[in-house]
Design a protein around this ligand. Structure first.
Ligand code: 13P
Length: 251
């Protein structure tokens, strides 16, 4: 049986952050060098405009950097788009794909998300594949069905050497201050684990499942220890180093 995976605390800056905010990266790097958290991998995904500069600051530190989206192709005639190999060249180790905001704003289907995740793997990067139900879907008792359907469509095949991460982000918990209760997180993460083991066999035990949606320093100590929660994907509370580090140090 594969050992339980190392916790991953990942920040998603979304469409926020200027070069003046690179000081937040410096602050996280300095804090982690003074007070390391060996049991935790730490990642920040800034907007692509400051990714290369952020990656330079984080080089040789305990902080890794990632991107928030990629094109399905590595390069070519796609004006305004950026491929996974280019994001790797800019310093990314991970790429978030299929975030609910992209599924909603850009009509990204499970098939598109799957192709983007595959493109990350082809470039040697780790896709963080996001899934999660809406408020109406949860209210109708469809949360598990919806997430299973998204997993079926969005998760690409991968071999023993390739790594993927799943992020469960209930849409209604994102940026609202609302968080599912412990039982609901437990049940959803257990169902995702079961799906991963059915799909990938033993490898499925080692794939990280992050929780995302209004995760903050004040609730991290309740949410992160839940079974099959292998870390968090954090939006608002990742923008300021003190808040983000508050979650990292709750691990
Ligand atoms: P918040 O932490 O701001 O709720 O955002 C979660 C999220 O969407 C991370 O990808």
């Amino acid at each position: 049986m594969v050992q339980s995976p190392k916790t991953l605390i990942a920040g998603n800056w979304k469409m926020n952050g200027f070069s003046s905010d690179l000081s937040q990266f410096t602050a996280v790097v300095e804090a982690l060098s003074k007070k390391p958290v060996p049991d935790c991998q730490v990642l920040l995904c800034p907007p692509v405009t400051i990714l290369a500069a952020a990656s330079t600051i984080s080089e040789n530190s305990a902080l890794q950097t990632g991107a928030q989206n990629t094109h399905i192709a590595q390069s070519g005639a796609h004006t305004g788009d950026i491929g996974a190999a280019m994001l790797k060249d800019a310093g990314a180790d991970f790429i978030i794909v299929g975030h609910s905001e992209r599924r909603a704003d850009h009509q990204e289907t499970d098939g598109v998300v799957n192709a983007k995740a595959q493109s990350c793997l082809n470039a040697g990067l780790v896709p963080i594949i996001c899934v999660g139900e809406s408020q109406a879907e949860r209210a109708s008792g469809l949360a598990l069905t919806v997430v299973e359907h998204q997993l079926n469509g969005s998760v690409p095949d991968c071999d023993e050497t390739q790594e993927i991460v799943i992020a469960y982000e209930p849409v209604w918990a994102i940026g609202t201050g609302l968080v599912p209760d412990t039982d609901d997180i437990t049940n959803m993460h257990a169902a995702i684990r079961e799906w991963l083991v059915n799909r990938f066999g033993d490898k499925g035990h080692g794939i990280r499942i992050l929780y995302g949606g209004s995760l903050k320093p004040s609730n991290a100590a309740q949410i992160l220890p839940i079974a099959n929660v292998n870390g968090g994907l954090i939006g608002g509370a990742s923008l300021k180093s003190e808040d983000f580090l508050g979650i990292v140090y709750a691990v």
